[in-house]
Design a protein around this ligand. Sequence first.
Ligand SMILES: O=C(NCCCCCn1ccc2cnccc21)c1cc(-c2ccc(F)cc2)cc(O)c1O
Ligand SMILES: [Mg+2]
Length: 214
Amino acid sequence: TQTTRPQRMLAAVQKNATRGDPRSVVKAIDQFCRQKEWAMNVGDEKGCILDSVVTEVNPETVLELGTYCGYSTVRIASLLPPQAKLITLEFNPGNAAIARQVIAWAGLEDKVELVEGASGDFIPKMKEMFGIKTFDLVFLDHWKDRYLPDTKLMEECGLLRKGSILLADNVICPGTPDYLEYIRNSPRYKSQFFKSHLEYTKVEDGLEKSIFLG
Ligand SMILES: O=C(NCCCCCn1ccc2cnccc21)c1cc(-c2ccc(F)cc2)cc(O)c1O
Ligand SMILES: [Mg+2]
């Protein structure tokens, strides 16, 4: 029976990457997506911007909305300090199953808590489920029409503190117009756009980095 693209991506990781070596996992996925099949990982160009933001913030607590196959999860987790925690949320059980194996291949399972479900349901439960007070960094990479409602939900649930950083993928392609409008005009955020390209293509895209001012 026919395999799925995430399954073929995992096979490429297990074939070409070294167990316990996150960089080789990232490289294997990027090679697969460039040479074999496009997939919606943040990719290497935007991934370098993601890496620089993670390194700059040096977060203790990270929330990733949209795990997919775990590519950005591995990039982020590989840069975290020892006791830091990354909680990543994935809606699609098939993708979550693949992501768990990609994260394990990279040897990062101790830093990552993968949760299956919808952001609207889980964001209000984060504190009680994981004993998280606030997130130092949130990477938004899930349904593009959920970026705005979920940002408002995180504000309401007190999950953001003065200085928390939101980093949003795909603000140009596929685009998140209502989120950009809100975050760029709100006095409670200071935003910066990082121009880039849609993963593995020449199509314009970018990341929006926003600091919550409290
Ligand atoms: O759709 C994208 N990502 C979201 C996938 C579904 C997320 C589901 N999900 C996960 C957690 C979660 C929690 N709560 C609710 C829902 C949740 C995406 C698409 C493109 C893209 C595609 C085609 C094209 F022609 C151009 C661009 C590129 C990207 O980089 C993307 O990220
Ligand atoms: Mg994306």
